[in-house]
Design a binder for this molecule. Sequence first.
Ligand SMILES: CCCSCc1cc(N)cc2c(=O)[nH]c(N)nc12
Length: 374
Amino acid sequence: MAAVTYELKKTCKQSGARLGTIHTPHGSIDTPMFMPVGTLATVKTLSPEELEDMNAQIILSNTYHLWLRPGEDIVQEAGGLHSFMNWDRPILTDSGGFQVFSLSDFRNIKEEGVHFRNHISGEKLFLSPEKAMQIQNALGPDIMMALDECPPYPAEESYMKASVERTSRWAERCLEAHQNKETQGLFGIIQGGEYEHLRKQSADDLISLDFPGYAIGGLSVGEPKDVMNRVLEFTTPLLPSHKPRYLMGVGSADSLIDGAIRGVDMFDCVLPTRIARNGACMTNHGRLVVRNAAYARDFSPIDRDCNCHVCRNYSRAYIRHLIKSNETFGFRLTSYHNLYFLLDLMKKVREAIMEDRLLDFREEFFEQYGFNRP
Ligand SMILES: CCCSCc1cc(N)cc2c(=O)[nH]c(N)nc12
């Protein structure tokens, strides 16, 4: 029995969207869905109990960061990530490659792996497909990611082709190095940038290796939204309909809806908690920067159309005061609301797919939120 399986439940009549359920050793996940990011084994400022209260079905953590601190050996001695962080629902870990490329000021990519400098201590380190698998096998997430290279945007076609071919060879090495096939699912990551023929090559290579799920990487790296949507339009249909599709690093409300319309099942992004720590909030009527002076005497909730614990109990004025005072509780309130907002948005997306009205929902939401407003 595979560790991770996907059950396709309904395909939307209006678009490529679909409803499904991902079954993992730590529970099932209704899709399309958003995954809060807990880079260092915590979703910043929030407790596992609060994440369960807002119906977070799965959270992410990061191989690169946990390898550096506290070390995968300590997490393994604790019984794995679930025990270490007291989270008994599913966990997905990224493979570390993206973080090496985005965080390290020195890196040298070779066939055997990537040489880089620890962004904290400066020491030289080396990450190979085998090492990425050893770390993830020790951390014990339900879903692991193969080691890939996420080239910058834009990238020359010749560089992208060589990178895709190396990522495919690394994916095969990850499969060979995988130690816990019965308890941990391994997803392949499709690369290829904006080049349709390279996306096809990457998909063909990885589909031939029969992963239980596939991620679309190399997006949300600075490309315009119309480029992302165009790449999704020709990439998502290449992927098996009976396996989960994960769009990496995508998390604004409009991108989640547009990704679901194009058949994406899983999303993650640090955006909701990152902007929360700057006093910015996602609402059904656009982004609200609650730290602004305009809200000093505004005793209404962050979002009058939100039913979260924060919007039912705290005012903009109070939250602005806490943020301006650098009070941790202020960041907790904005983080809780933003994650609740995206999780609730995906619940509404699932309901719209069930009722075959996702495109109508998109129009209503975009109009109310102010997307596409000139
Ligand atoms: C915890 C963070 C998960 S998503 C990080 C991420 C984000 C984005 N935007 C792209 C990629 C990618 O192409 N490959 C990999 N492994 N990760 C990516």
